[in-house]
Design a protein around this ligand. Sequence first.
Ligand SMILES: CC(C)(COP(=O)(O)OP(=O)(O)OC[C@H]1O[C@@H](n2cnc3c(N)ncnc32)[C@H](O)[C@@H]1OP(=O)(O)O)[C@@H](O)C(=O)NCCC(=O)NCCS
Length: 183
Amino acid sequence: MTDLVTTGPEGDLPGKPTSVSRTTLSHIMTAGDTNLLGTVHGGVIMKLVDDAAGAVAGRHSGGPAVTASMDEMAFLEPVRVGDLVHVKAQVNWTGRSSMEIGVRVLAERWNESTPATQVGSAYLVFAAVDENGKPRPVPPVIPETERDKRRYQEAQIRRTHRLARRRAIKELREQGAVGGAED
Ligand SMILES: CC(C)(COP(=O)(O)OP(=O)(O)OC[C@H]1O[C@@H](n2cnc3c(N)ncnc32)[C@H](O)[C@@H]1OP(=O)(O)O)[C@@H](O)C(=O)NCCC(=O)NCCS
């Protein structure tokens, strides 16, 4: 099992517990949010996901942070006009200047008194930046609950895969193995 790291690589920033930056963004879907089928456009949900993750990243890192990547965005159920959508976000993992933010999207159906349904999820990497847009160190996150600890460990696996994928693609391009002009 992977060890949890609760001090930064430079060891100079105190850790912050997951709960201090965890956030929920709630929004009622309107007719302007729909696609051709009349359900909510995926891009509307992705914007809310990015907004909620950005709020968490800013709160955790104590300053500006930019979206570096969004992956594994899953849409599990359609969202409808009138639904009350809750976007729940938390820091799953921190590196030197980057943070993985995990997001769950829940919908309370406007015409049903049933518990909220999970309609989506995503993982985003945010980089904390300084006033010149250059990466700056972030406080290490301190996972608190068993669930936080599991999410931390899973995020480390995704981080390893992202780095390996980027490295492999970079090497392939440098070898010039795939020819042809760009579209
Ligand atoms: C994200 C950004 C700040 C990274 O800058 P950089 O000069 O490449 O800096 P680094 O290579 O040191 O990366 C900084 C951190 O981000 C991570 N990172 C960078 N690109 C990433 C990507 N595509 N996916 C995941 N993580 C990424 C790095 O692993 C590093 O993490 P660490 O410090 O915890 O080890 C820069 O690419 C940027 O400004 N991008 C545009 C962001 C933006 O405008 N977003 C909104 C889109 S409209």
